[in-house]
Design a protein around this ligand. Sequence first.
Ligand SMILES: [Zn+2]
Ligand SMILES: [Zn+2]
Length: 317
Amino acid sequence: MTKRYIVLLVAIASTFLSSTFRNSDKQPDKSPYKTKYAVVLVIDGPRYTETYGDQSCKYIPRLGKELIHEGVFYADFKNNGPTYTNAGHTAITTGVYQRISNAGKELPKNPSFFQYYLKETGNDKSTAWLVSSKGKLEILANTKSKKWWNTYMPSTYCGSKGNSADYVGDLQTFNKVLEVISYHKPKVMLINFLAVDATAHQNEWEEYLQSIQQSDEFAFQVWQAIQSDPEMKDRTALFITNDHGRHLDGRKDGFVNHGDSCVGCRKISLLAIGPDFKRDTIVQTPGELIDISATIAELMGFSMPTTKGRVLKEMFN
Ligand SMILES: [Zn+2]
Ligand SMILES: [Zn+2]
């Protein structure tokens, strides 16, 4: 074979390979934004008075004193629907508040941002990830909606060995998150850490505070991992939020539980960091859980007609 033929063959092969690669990892082209990856990190159930509501931010030094300067903080952010785990997370992923079984026995009524993203881009499911310490959150991968049921579902890791009946510690979840970031570069991802909620339900005040500090460190390390990744660095929007708060002191059993509409249960936090967001900015405009999906859809350039949330435009550059 002559040199010229070899050169020609290599050229044909590389064209073929690069177009195959593009097809397996399509980006919607209509997005005017720098954001190409969106990650939602949910710290399950801290009360605002122990996080940003404490002026010294002593239990959340990473978020409250460091990362807050890199992004936008919503001073008035709420769960305006049912304030328990599966309902709060469903509001985040579908953009619709609904009463839903908290035992993991019921799928959300509406499709999630995972499903809309995968359908519209045609991307492989390895580009969308649900990584959760709470096994019952496996429900977030699917929907009851007839047209969408069992379709366009993300990759999941919910509980140990992917067994959704089990709960795993946050360290195991954190390690899985690092693995997913380094191997899959997830375009859309949701992470759940459970320790804050679990220790509070056990009425362990000191452990509850320690869990808030541990989650603060995990959130910081997740951002470091994203910013250390050559592909995700400076192209990722990270939303750090909660599914619900907890009762205020004097309300029922106080920090131990949650689930009603008291200020303590409703008031949560959102800190958003990304290439299209302002830096070191505190926004006073109210925002709420259902707005996260609408904002991700806008940034990533896909449509999400069923979300009832609004795009959090005031935090954009
Ligand atoms: Zn709980
Ligand atoms: Zn309450």
